[in-house]
Design a protein around this ligand. Structure first.
Ligand code: KG4
Ligand code: ZN
Length: 373
């Protein structure tokens, strides 16, 4: 993760914000400063606790957050050489996400805020992903954002802190969910994204042809559930022909799947860029990719090529800031605190569903974090 731990006598500019992330299967926290330093960060993944179930089990996740958050925060403050009184605001993911985990993070953050007399800032997890680009690069508003994670797949026009317009969204599965389900079908470990990407490296994408849902249609919405069914059929065909699923079958299916997801993302983004330009104008605007799936090197390269072709400035955060982490929540909290220094969300409760664009019509579909807001 970029940024270095700083002792209090070293220079940083205020505000300093502590951010806590517990919306899914990572217990994470970080402290960031206004001059974009990550003074300390800790993340504890629960992957091993959920792996045997092939997905996140909400009760296990909540219990693990309860067990680990206190120690994680203690260690974080020691790493930074700071006490809670040195922090200007305490932020926590308040939604969307698994309600048990959200409650652990929000209650802890509110307790720390109350005890140290600092404001609590309720952060939308999606806004955390959205604003991460501004923590690591000089990205100005407005920008176009592709948010692709395990629970979400949407394209947003970002005009400012708290100012989002959803241009498109998945109507069923999220992209990361499609990776996770494909991995499960092929006997690859959880989480599926990195496993599918690794297997695809040795694969021949041209061996199989998969349907490309929504491609060529107007609009910017996605659909990935049909792809999963097509992958299942391919795997069954391979087994029927050769008696079992061989390494090369698995690699070729993964490569075809990844290429197809890439084609879908690029096609939808092309329409979104045109739509974004009707609002923002013809300039060279940033195209930001965020969320866990943005860690995929093949997809990043495909989207970067599209950005170059369309005259947009491609940006994707470093891999450690793509998947869930505390710095993204601390930074989004800091941006909100700077925009409104009198902020205090002490009365705000966890929201399992919390769309970034509250005006957009909700779409059907349920992922590991509930409906894809
Ligand atoms: O943002 P994130 O950590 O959590 C959510 O907010 O959902 O994203 C996790 C998702 C998982 O579905 C995981 O399989 C996917 O991101 N992912 C990837 C890769 N690394 C993580 N998908 C494709 N390729 C990757 N390298
Ligand atoms: Zn996330």
């Amino acid at each position: 993760m970029p940024g270095q731990n700083k002792m209090p006598d070293q220079a940083f500019s205020r505000p300093l914000v502590l951010g806590i992330e517990t919306s899914c299967d990572e217990t994470a926290a970080a402290i960031v400063s206004a001059d974009k330093q990550i003074l300390a960060h800790r993340v504890l993944s629960q992957i091993d606790d959920h792996a045997e179930f092939g997905g996140v089990v909400p009760e296990i996740a909540a219990r693990q957050h309860i067990s680990h958050l206190d120690h994680l925060l203690k260690g974080l403050m020691e790493d930074a050489g700071l006490g809670f009184k040195d922090i200007d605001a305490i932020a926590a993911t308040t939604g969307p996400g698994l309600v048990g985990g959200l409650m652990v993070g929000v209650m802890t953050a509110k307790a720390v805020a109350k005890a140290s007399g600092k404001p609590f800032v309720a952060v939308n997890h999606l806004e955390g992903h959205a604003l991460t680009a501004r923590l690591v690069a000089d990205i100005e508003f407005p920008f176009l954002l592709l948010l692709v994670s395990g629970g979400h797949c949407q394209i947003l026009s970002v005009s400012g802190v708290g100012d989002y317009e959803r241009l498109g969204s998945t109507i069923d599965d999220a992209a990361g969910e499609a990776f996770d389900k494909t991995a499960k079908l092929l006997g690859l470990p959880y989480p599926g994204g990195p496993a599918v990407e690794a297997a695809a490296r040795a694969g021949n994408a041209a061996r199989f042809s998969l349907p490309k849902p929504m491609v060529g249609k107007p609009g910017c919405d996605f659909s990935f559930s049909g792809l999963k069914t097509a992958v299942r059929r391919l795997a069954e065909d391979c087994v029927a022909k050769r008696g079992m699923l061989y390494e090369d079958d698995r690699a070729d299916i993964c490569a075809a799947f990844q290429q197809t997801v890439g084609a879908c993302l690029v096609d939808r983004l092309r329409n979104a860029i045109a739509l974004f330009r009707t609002r923002a104008g013809a300039g060279k605007f940033p195209l930001v990719v965020a969320g866990g799936v943005a860690a995929n090197a093949y997809l990043r390269a495909e989207i970067e090529a599209l950005a170059a072709k369309e005259g947009m400035l491609f940006h994707a955060p470093p891999l450690s800031l793509c998947t869930d982490n505390g710095a993204m929540i601390a930074w989004a909290g800091l941006e909100r605190f700077v925009a409104d220094p009198g902020i205090d969300d002490a009365d705000v409760s966890p929201r399992p569903r919390w769309p970034l664009d509250e005006k957009a019509t909700p779409l059907v579909g349920h992922g590991k974090k509930g409906a894809k807001a």
